[in-house]
Design a protein around this ligand. Structure first.
Ligand SMILES: Nc1ncnc2c1ncn2[C@@H]1O[C@H](COP(=O)(O)OP(=O)(O)OP(=O)(O)O)[C@@H](O)[C@H]1O
Ligand SMILES: [Mg+2]
Length: 176
């Protein structure tokens, strides 16, 4: 089980479609959360629903136990909590991420919240803390097929992509 994770908009779903084309099996963590009945909570009305990541890990590990077959790529920004052995974290330059999220029609607050998370390596740090190994791909200037090829190389053990040179911390002052 490999997690394909990253801040919303970094390209997980798009790259997963390319991985399917290459013959990889992909599973959406959102579907898994649904299927396994993972606990969720909403602290205040109107706030985003939070998934209980400890519950996700526990139930996902049981779910995968005894699983026989090849590599399964679990995708989604919570996939690194779903019992995977390693994580591939997609990264994207804040300016490009902002454009991608604006195109979705998201409000400013939600866009900036995600840009901030990307700048501050939030998903990377979570992935480092929750899976055995981590790789990163700066997806800013790649085509989805090119990114999928790098993911495939990582899965086959032919590529080592950690740590990447791209760090956006220098962008913090520009944005916040
Ligand atoms: N190299 C690339 N890889 C992936 N997506 C790209 C790339 N370049 C541009 N894009 C565009 O960026 C957007 C990425 O959206 P996508 O839904 O794949 O992100 P996501 O990480 O799955 O987000 P979410 O966490 O919200 O599901 C798409 O509109 C896609 O066309
Ligand atoms: Mg997605």
């Amino acid at each position: 089980m490999i997690a394909l994770t990253g801040t919303p908009g970094t390209g997980k779903t798009t790259v997963a479609a390319e991985l399917n084309r290459l013959g990889y099996v992909t599973v959406s963590v959102d579907g898994l959360i649904e299927e396994l009945g993972i606990r969720r909570s909403r602290r205040t009305e109107g706030e985003a629903i939070e998934v209980d990541t400890a519950d996700l890990r526990e139930k996902a590990l049981k779910h995968w136990k005894g699983f026989e077959g090849g590599t399964v790529v679990v995708t989604g920004h919570l996939s690194h909590f779903a019992g995977a052995t390693g994580s591939v974290v997609l990264r994207c330059h804040p300016q490009v991420l902002e454009k991608r999220l604006s195109r979705r029609g998201w409000d400013r607050e939600k866009i900036l919240e995600n840009v901030r998370a990307e700048v501050m390596d939030v998903v990377l740090i979570e992935a480092v803390e929750s899976t055995g190994w981590v790789q990163e791909i700066d997806n800013t200037h790649l085509e989805p097929s090119g990114t999928a090829a790098v993911v495939s190389g990582i899965i086959k053990g032919e590529k080592n992509n950690y740590p990447v040179k791209s760090r956006w911390a220098g962008e913090l002052e520009k944005w916040f």
